[in-house]
Design a protein around this ligand. Structure first.
Ligand code: BGC
Length: 378
């Protein structure tokens, strides 16, 4: 009898959430994060390292909601923008904070493209262009399915969503997954995307976190130092669509090959359509034998926090929060003009209409796979 009881107890322990073997951390569990306006429940998952990083990710838009990292004194701050509830994310104040962006992030000129002899028309939501996958059913606005996991290295959640053929005007049923993983022994978030389709379709996926390493809600990001591993950039017209040229950053305020204060040259860009930095940088080649390379390094001299981003993607959109409008976010904090940066690893904007850019076309039978790693230090 005693034996049976012990056995039952052992089985219950293994099955119970939050209890795990000595080597493997507990599998993350779902927390209730409220409901969307149409009544769909939204879940929130927490991933933690033993070095102080805490990431919270919700199923609406596979969105990074909170990201806490320690400074050089061990003091933690949430370094990304967001809202306290789903209603905040559904409001006009949300400028893609922390979300997975797609099916095609960034701009498509005039919302038009042709593929396999067919013309496609997408929503114009950033006059006169299409931006970040559309209006109602872009990847940031739908509720994804979550599958949490744990292994001996850390914990993660894989979000999945099938975007039906024709959703937001894009061809093909698209199966997308985004896997967030936090290793136990480092302050790191790895984001891996996969996509499969049954019709040729453009795909360009990124995460749209807004970072201020002094803590979200700090007044400005202009004193952060940025380094971009990018010798070139793609010049744009006055609607922020690439002209097709690829130019050297040398001798321009886009030269971030050495760590440079973001505020140093930004005023030269104030009179452009971007109102500051909002440019796609062409990243240096991936060294042979490597799967990715360092793309960007952001340093906040005040807190000492650093963020190093590595990716296998060919480009990075550096956006200096020029369209932020002082909206109120988490904990009543406000997000003024230029108080955060987005460093969006991706293919170049409007690639589907630019034959000389690396292709964003995914074909049936192929798998799109890409990884970006956010590495925090202090
Ligand atoms: C774009 C900006 C845009 C912002 C918010 C960035 O990825 O480059 O132009 O304002 O997203 O939508």
């Amino acid at each position: 009898m005693k034996r049976i009881l012990l056995l039952t107890f052992a089985c219950l322990c293994l099955a119970a959430p939050g209890i795990s073997s000595a080597d493997t951390p507990a599998k993350p569990t779902a927390e209730d994060f409220g409901k969307t306006a149409d009544g769909t429940p939204v879940e929130l998952y927490t991933l933690k390292s033993s070095k102080g990083l805490v990431a919270k990710i919700m199923t609406r838009g596979a969105t990074l909601v909170q990201l806490h990292v320690p400074d050089s004194d061990g003091k933690s701050a949430d370094v990304i923008f967001g809202f306290d509830d789903v209603a905040g994310y559904e409001s006009e104040d949300n400028q893609y904070f922390g979300c997975t962006t797609g099916r095609v992030c960034n701009r498509i000129a005039k919302g038009k493209f042709s593929l396999d002899g067919k013309d496609y028309t997408l929503a114009i939501n950033n006059e006169p262009n299409h931006l970040h996958g559309g209006v109602e059913r872009s990847l940031d606005k739908v509720v994804w399915k979550a599958k949490p996991f744990a292994n001996e290295k850390g914990t993660g959640v894989t979000f999945s969503y099938t975007s039906p053929d024709g959703e937001e005007g894009y061809p093909g049923n698209l199966d997308v997954t985004v896997r967030f993983f936090v290793p136990t022994d480092a302050n790191r978030v790895s984001i891996t995307y996969t996509a499969k389709t049954d019709k040729a379709t453009p795909v360009n996926l990124t995460n749209h976190a807004y970072f201020n390493l002094g803590g979200a809600g700090s007044e400005t990001v202009l004193n952060h130092k940025l380094m971009l591993n990018a010798p070139q950039y793609t010049p744009v017209d006055d609607t922020l669509i690439p002209t097709g040229e690829i130019k050297d950053v040398e001798g321009t305020v886009l030269d971030f090959r050495k760590p440079t204060r973001i505020g140093k040259g930004i005023e030269e860009l104030t009179d452009t359509a971007a109102l500051g930095y909002d440019h796609n940088f062409v990243l240096a080649e991936i060294p042979e034998g490597k799967s990715m390379r360092m793309a960007a390094r952001l340093v906040d001299p005040d807190s000492g926090r650093t963020l190093t981003i590595s990716t296998d993607q060919p480009g990075i959109q550096f956006y200096s929060g020029n369209f932020l409008m002082g909206q109120t976010g988490k904990d009543g904090k406000t997000y003024p003009h230029r108080s955060a940066v987005c460093l969006e690893t991706q293919h170049y904007p409007d690639s589907i209409n630019q034959p000389k850019f690396p292709s964003t076309v995914l074909k049936p039978g192929e798998e799109f796979k890409s990884t970006t790693v956010l590495n925090f230090g202090n």
